[in-house]
Design a protein around this ligand. Structure first.
Ligand SMILES: Cc1cc2nc3c(=O)[nH]c(=O)nc-3n(C[C@H](O)[C@H](O)[C@H](O)COP(=O)(O)OP(=O)(O)OC[C@H]3O[C@@H](n4cnc5c(N)ncnc54)[C@H](O)[C@@H]3O)c2cc1C
Length: 402
């Protein structure tokens, strides 16, 4: 299908929306992104972008611009017990050479994608909250100010609380997963190891890694809790309460938590992977289609993959309907498998019965000792997937780091 001059409206300037906007604009479409926020700005938080996500950034010509922001390339993932002793070391440098696992500041990724979208001619409209989307031959958007817009194609890239998702999948509201994530970014002291550390405790875990050339450190602490009583899903948290919650963890973790001055709490909500990813002239990408627990660190990477595959499926389809259907066909199975793997990790990380925990950790230790390469390669189906198959839509866009 010829995308030249196709009028596309993308709802949401997050990772999926911005990546898709650039991918479509580079193929000739006329793209407008509608974002509810007053500016394209991100909370202080880190993200792991694994090789499958990096492949999409390369395909979009944005890999060099991202590297200019000095993400830290993780050489290993170290799983530790509650006291801080290493249970399993996944040596990425040795067993997955040439694959980039980047620890990125979320604001840097969003900045690079937004710059990339603008450079491809995308119009970004801020303070444009979308209230409703109606599928049809010329789908319609109603903004919260009452304005009505029409396009040839409308994309819901508006995250967990998508406006389009329930129109295509009535009756499925997000539910609380009984997990709360505490997120903080701290100034780094000293020279940090280029690795992701994950500390596993009963019903809780902590993930931490360096960012921005090792000048910052990202911290995500997850606790299980039966209810989320607050309104909304993100709030300022109390650092003292965070320290109390993880006071039985080892010295490494307690030292880290002692440095936390500002922290945010996120109720982790989910709904099942959408049954329908598209309707007439409409489609969903990213969390709008398949929000996941963050325990495989894949939500943003999946959103990047969706963006690439949707643009390509439309370009290769004979018409819009066949392109949209090919997109869902290509993505639904993979997204569902990754969402399920992330949910299983919640259980594995949080084992609370001591005999079960000892047995689980022993199995990891033995795997690391006798089959360290296989322990890394078990994730090949996630990380080695390159949805671009080495293609590039544009030459690398270099940008000067701030
Ligand atoms: C604690 C935690 C850690 C994580 N770690 C990782 C990680 O390491 N690696 C990884 O790959 N993923 C990670 N994720 C997941 C990742 O953050 C999400 O999956 C990803 O941001 C989804 O991108 P998206 O573009 O679909 O949605 P979002 O990033 O949610 O963007 C949606 C955008 O739409 C806008 N919007 C919403 N509603 C409207 C509306 N009505 N009108 C206009 N605009 C609207 C929003 O303001 C936002 O800008 C983590 C998530 C959490 C909670």
């Amino acid at each position: 299908m010829d995308l030249n001059q196709l009028k596309v409206a993308v709802v949401g300037a997050g990772i999926g929306g911005l990546a898709l906007a650039r991918a479509l604009a580079l193929r000739g479409a006329s793209v407008t992104v509608l974002e509810q926020a007053p500016e394209i700005r991100e909370v202080g938080a880190g993200l792991q972008v694994s090789p499958n996500g990096v492949a999409v950034m390369r395909g979009l010509g944005l890999d060099q611009a991202l590297l200019a922001r000095r993400p830290v390339e993780a050489r290993a993932v170290s799983l530790r017990d509650v006291g801080g002793d290493e249970v399993l070391r996944l040596d990425l440098a040795r067993h997955a050479p040439g694959q980039s696992h980047l620890c990125v500041h979320r604001a840097d990724l969003i900045d690079v994608l937004a710059e990339g979208a603008r450079a491809a001619g995308v119009r970004l409209r801020l303070l444009h909250k979308v209230d409703a989307v109606t599928p049809g031959p010329r789908p319609e958007i109603v903004t919260c100010r009452g304005a009505r817009l029409r396009a040839d194609l409308v994309i819901g890239a508006d995250g967990l609380h998508s406006r389009l998702r329930p129109v295509l999948n009535p009756g499925a509201a997000p539910t609380f997963t009984r997990h709360v994530a505490w997120r903080a970014v701290l100034p780094e002291t000293g020279t940090p190891a280029a690795e992701v550390r994950l500390y596993m405790g009963p019903k809780r875990h902590i993930v931490t890694y360096p960012l921005r050339g090792g000048t910052l450190r990202n911290l995500v602490a997850v606790e299980e809790t039966p209810v989320w009583t607050e309104e909304g899903w993100s709030h300022a948290g109390d650092p003292e309460r965070l320290r109390a919650l993880f006071s039985d963890f080892g010295l490494d973790v307690r030292d880290l938590l002692a440095r936390v001055e500002t922290v945010h709490r996120w109720g982790l909500f989910r709904h099942p992977v959408a049954r329908r990813w598209h309707g007439e002239g409409t489609a969903l990408v990213g969390d709008a289609a398949h929000p996941t627990l963050p325990f495989m660190a894949q939500g943003a990477c999946l959103a990047l993959e969706d963006a690439w595959v949707l643009a390509e499926s439309l370009a290769e389809g004979t018409d819009m309907a066949s392109g949209l259907s090919a997109y869902q066909q290509a993505r639904q199975g993979r997204a569902s498998r990754i969402v399920a793997a992330a949910s299983r990790n919640a259980w594995k990380y949080h084992l609370s019965l001591p005999p079960l925990r000892r047995a689980g950790h022993m199995a990891l230790r033995l795997g690391g000792r006798f089959a360290p390469g296989a322990m890394v390669r078990q994730f090949d189906w996630i990380y080695r997937e390159d949805v671009t198959r080495g293609a590039r839509l544009a030459p690398s866009l270099p940008m000067v780091a701030e």
